[in-house]
Design a protein around this ligand. Structure first.
Ligand SMILES: [Zn+2]
Length: 224
């Protein structure tokens, strides 16, 4: 089967590239000079890979909409979403996420509130995890913050500020810990040298498993 795709011409691009999006749509990034029939032939040769990636994206997409009564996995634990318009405080509980919303709130409203609850909870969770590992690694971050990054999981700045992506709340605890340790290790080594990875491995001997998990599942860590 031939996949449908859009060709996007890029002035600075030197080689052809394929992007399969979360919704399964396909984009081809092409340098200006490559003729269209060559682009089509190149994509045709990649059709097995495209089908495989589309299947992967299907598996990663949420099967049931996030509404009151649905279960959302947060920090590796399934939690029941409960909407209640009379609620005083929205909160992430051990087994339940309480949202101040009408019981029949639509998915869009639920995701918006969920995101607020998760960002607040991420501040507490990653603040505590970072303090724990910073002591262990004898490093001193100047602050731990939460960001809404599209394409990265964390960052470490020269002035010692560390930021974590709130979407890591949708991953198992060990995966978030790996990102925390990775960013803290940059306070010692501002690169990805063997000394850097040596430090990460000292703190988390199984970090490669969590790194691989993130590569495989990271694109699925979205609410909608
Ligand atoms: Zn890094």
């Amino acid at each position: 089967m031939q996949a449908e795709y859009a060709i996007e011409r890029r002035r600075r691009r030197k080689r052809l590239a394929l992007v399969v999006e979360r919704d399964g749509s396909v984009r081809v990034l092409a340098p200006m000079h490559v003729p269209e029939d060559r682009v089509h032939a190149w994509v045709a040769a990649k059709s097995d890979w495209i089908v495989k990636q589309q299947a992967r994206m299907r598996r990663l997409r949420r099967q049931t909409p996030l509404r009151s009564g649905a279960v959302l996995e947060v920090l590796g634990r399934g939690r029941l979403i409960q909407c209640d318009p009379l609620l005083e405080h929205q909160a992430l509980g051990d087994d339940v996420v309480h949202l101040r919303l009408p019981e029949h709130a639509d998915e869009h409203q639920v995701c918006e509130q969920l995101r607020r609850v998760l960002v607040a909870a991420a501040g507490r969770h990653f603040g505590a995890r970072a303090m724990h590992y910073a002591r262990l690694m004898r490093v001193r971050p100047s602050s731990i913050g939460i960001k809404d990054y599209r394409t990265r999981w964390g960052s470490c700045h020269a002035d010692g500020r560390i930021f974590l992506n709130w979407r890591l709340m949708l991953a198992p605890v060990a995966v978030g810990d790996y990102v925390v340790v990775h960013e803290l290790a940059h306070l010692r080594h501002a690169d990805h040298s063997s000394r850097f990875w040596g430090l990460v491995g000292q703190v988390l001997p199984c970090f490669e498993r969590d790194h691989a998990w993130l590569r495989e599942h990271g694109i699925g860590l979205e609410l909608a």
